[in-house]
Design a protein around this ligand. Structure first.
Ligand SMILES: NC(=O)c1ccc[n+]([C@@H]2O[C@H](COP(=O)([O-])OP(=O)(O)OC[C@H]3O[C@@H](n4cnc5c(N)ncnc54)[C@H](OP(=O)(O)O)[C@@H]3O)[C@@H](O)[C@H]2O)c1
Length: 256
């Protein structure tokens, strides 16, 4: 096993790759040798990322896919195999948080959407890629994007936080069940990262003051700072690491 961090000869699917953390992960994977399949609902953003990767000499394919729809996920995996011959790495990164408010006022439509994309989608993609890896008798790596809110009470983000706690749990059980097939399953729990997704937090001065006060660096993170963790976990350098959740939060949670 190599301790070098690269993805030469690997094919990786990254969901939510049209902006934010997913875009940074896809570009990092491509720079480090992977052929990357970029998935999100809207093709437009994916094509921009694909063109930037290809312009820098990398290989990428853009595929529109709703991450809460198991049929579309199966089609994404099938298309990846058709175009690139195999899948070695899956990053379940796309997520949604349609409801920002107290749990008592939640409407079921928001519950369903949040759990469909953030939990059912991750589960469906993990199963589809694991099935393919087992059929190929190939080793593989699955990286799930959770959040530090999954570890704590999170007023106003309670349903989203529940889905992220579920992903930490799913990661552990999948790691145990898939380890004998040589498939590693790990998780990343970011703190506040500067993306569109976090704009409800980053544009709120009161919340930002609290976040920065608890952070060892007194700043929020960048998507690239999460991409480095994903690259490590996806690569063979992490060959003895599975079921783990790597916290990338500038020290926020150690202060709790
Ligand atoms: N930013 C943070 O502070 C933070 C903190 C902790 C954890 N995270 C996690 O990090 C991950 C990425 O977040 P981000 O901040 O990078 O978000 P972002 O900048 O808003 O990007 C979200 C990406 O997901 C895609 N997406 C959204 N819904 C989708 C769906 N139903 N099906 C397929 N793709 C979908 C979006 O493209 P389309 O709209 O075209 O579908 C986009 O590519 C998420 O799992 C999030 O929970 C973020």
């Amino acid at each position: 096993m190599s301790s070098d961090i690269h993805l030469e000869n690997k094919v990786a699917i990254v969901t939510g790759a049209s902006r934010g953390i997913g875009e940074a992960i896809a570009k990092s994977f491509a720079r480090n040798g992977a052929k990357v399949v970029l998935a999100a609902r809207k093709l437009e953003g994916l094509e921009r990322v694909r063109d930037e990767i290809q312009g820098a000499g990398g290989k990428a394919l853009a595929v529109a896919c709703h991450a809460g729809e198991p049929d579309q996920i199966d089609a994404l995996v099938a298309r990846t195999i058709k175009e690139f011959g195999q899948v070695d790495v899956l990053v379940n990164n796309a997520a949604t948080n349609p409801y920002f408010g107290p749990m008592m006022n939640l409407e079921w439509a928001a519950w369903d959407k949040t759990f469909d994309v953030n939990v059912k989608g991750y589960f469906a993609a993990t199963r589809a890629v694991a099935k393919h890896l087992m059929e190929r008798k190939a080793h593989g790596s699955i990286v799930n994007m959770a959040s530090v809110v999954g570890f704590m009470g999170s007023p106003l983000q309670g349903i989203y936080a529940m889905t992220k706690a579920a992903i930490v749990s799913m990661t552990k059980t999948m790691a145990m069940e898939l380890g004998s097939a040589g498939i590693r399953v790990n998780c990343i729990a970011p703190g506040v990262i500067d993306t569109r997704f976090a704009s409800a937090l980053t544009t709120n001065e009161e919340i930002m003051a609290t976040v920065k006060a608890r952070n060892a660096f007194s700043r929020i993170g960048s998507p690239e700072e999460v991409a480095g963790a994903a690259l490590y976990l996806a690569s063979d350098a992490a060959s003895y690491t599975t079921g783990h959740t790597l916290v990338v939060d500038g020290g926020w949670t150690v202060s709790l």
